[in-house]
Design a protein around this ligand. Structure first.
Ligand SMILES: Cc1ncc(COP(=O)(O)O)c(C=O)c1O
Length: 377
């Protein structure tokens, strides 16, 4: 039986008050006062000119693909090691993924392999800041500018992480956030689109509101609303925004607790890692991470699987992460082949994530650490 889960949903204590207040309002569909407050909190804390809550990070990525007009014949550069949502977003529009391997230190897209993958058809780079450690954004942005391709940051892991002092999610034309229950800040299921280029603002509202100009209508800017573009329903209920507001308001408490948990793992497992040929996570000096996850790179697939079983035997759930996308059934349809991206293939087999959640107690963490230290590779 699992006693210490990989993740446990967390509430700050303020959520119910806000949800009750949202229920008492005359309407609790999308874009009510709690949604507006979440937008304000995100825009203010990140310095982005516009944030729009969405029903998930996946949907924010779909909005990005729509806003960039990605379609048949277009190519989009993606790391071979990421979550499928980034790919679905533009494959749904008819565009093709062009995979690039990741760096062995951060597991982020290898910026030195991007340029060789750009063709006349390349329209965008969809990258992920893995574990909330920033990609090498100076290089990525200068390649993107040189070739006039858009950058979309899938920042599902990296809210409040920074690269050279600047918040992740503020570099690309568009960026996305996730508020799924496994993320630092959550409302169960949710996300946001961050818009760094104001030219997308008006159309983003339309795409998010079923392809209509309903947002303008609600602001009194037009006297009726109608179908003006393609779109879908990407806005969450104000009830979810009420829940999320409580979490966003507790930013400092949440982030400082996560930092404590991360640093405890790092400090307490250093000697064990050293003597067992295990690698701890690496954040380059220019990156301030978001403390989203704690993973280790085991010496082999066999050792990784053995540690999973050892921990499960003690009631602790540790989990691996993304499988190489180019070798997935969908990736094979886009010509993926074994051996194409050796770093992704190798690290995906050896990566292991330990339990890490806002409400993790010191005692739970000590039990995980003791159990890990008792394992020999
Ligand atoms: C990098 C990344 N992007 C997107 C997603 C999907 O997020 P959501 O569940 O909010 O759609 C995930 C899920 O964990 C993820 O890891």
């Amino acid at each position: 039986m699992i006693r210490i889960p990989f993740n446990r949903p967390f509430a700050t204590g303020k959520e119910l008050d806000y949800v009750r207040a949202a229920m008492a309002a005359p309407k609790f569909s999308g874009d009510g006062p709690f949604t507006a407050e979440c937008h304000r909190l995100l825009e203010g804390s990140l310095g982005v000119q516009k944030a729009l809550l969405t029903t998930s990070c996946t949907h924010a990525l779909e909005m990005a693909a729509l806003l960039l007009n990605l379609g048949a014949g277009d190519e989009v550069i993606v790391p071979a090691f990421t979550f499928p949502s980034a790919l679905n977003a533009f494959v749904l529009r008819g565009a093709r993924p062009v995979f690039v391997d990741v760096r062995a230190d951060t597991l982020n897209i290898d910026e030195n392999q991007i340029e060789q993958s750009i063709t006349k058809r390349t329209k965008a780079i969809f990258l992920v800041h893995y574990a909330g450690v920033g990609c090498e954004m100076d290089t990525v942005m200068s390649i993107a500018r040189r070739h006039a391709v858009a950058v979309v940051e899938d920042n599902a892991h990296g809210l409040y992480g920074k690269y050279r002092g600047r918040n992740l999610g503020t570099f690309g034309e568009l960026a996305t956030l996730s508020f799924h229950e496994t993320k630092n800040f959550s409302c169960g299921e949710g996300g946001a689109l961050l818009i760094n280029d104001a030219k997308f603002n008006e159309r983003a509202e339309i795409v998010r509101e079923k392809g209509t100009d309903r947002s303008r209508f609600f602001r009194g800017e037009v006297d009726k609303y109608t179908w003006v573009d393609i779109g879908s329903s990407y806005l969450p209920s104000d009830l979810l925004a009420a829940f999320l507001r409580a979490q966003l308001e507790h930013r400092d408490q949440i982030q400082s607790r996560r930092r404590e948990i991360w640093e405890t793992y790092s400090r307490e497992l250093a000697a064990w890692a050293d003597s067992n040929d295990v690698r701890l996570p690496i954040a380059p000096p220019e990156c301030e991470q978001s403390y989203h996850m704690f993973y280790v790179i085991m010496p082999s697939f066999k050792a990784r699987q053995a540690l999973i079983s050892h921990l499960a035997g003690l009631g602790i759930l540790a989990v691996f992460h993304y499988l190489p996308l180019h070798l997935s059934p969908m990736g094979l349809r886009f010509d993926g082949r074994q051996g194409d991206f050796p770093v992704t293939e190798d690290l995906s087999d050896r990566l292991l994530r330990f339990p890490f959640f806002n409400g993790m107690s010191d005692s739970e963490q000590s039990q995980v650490i003791d159990a890990v230290r008792a394992f020999r590779c």
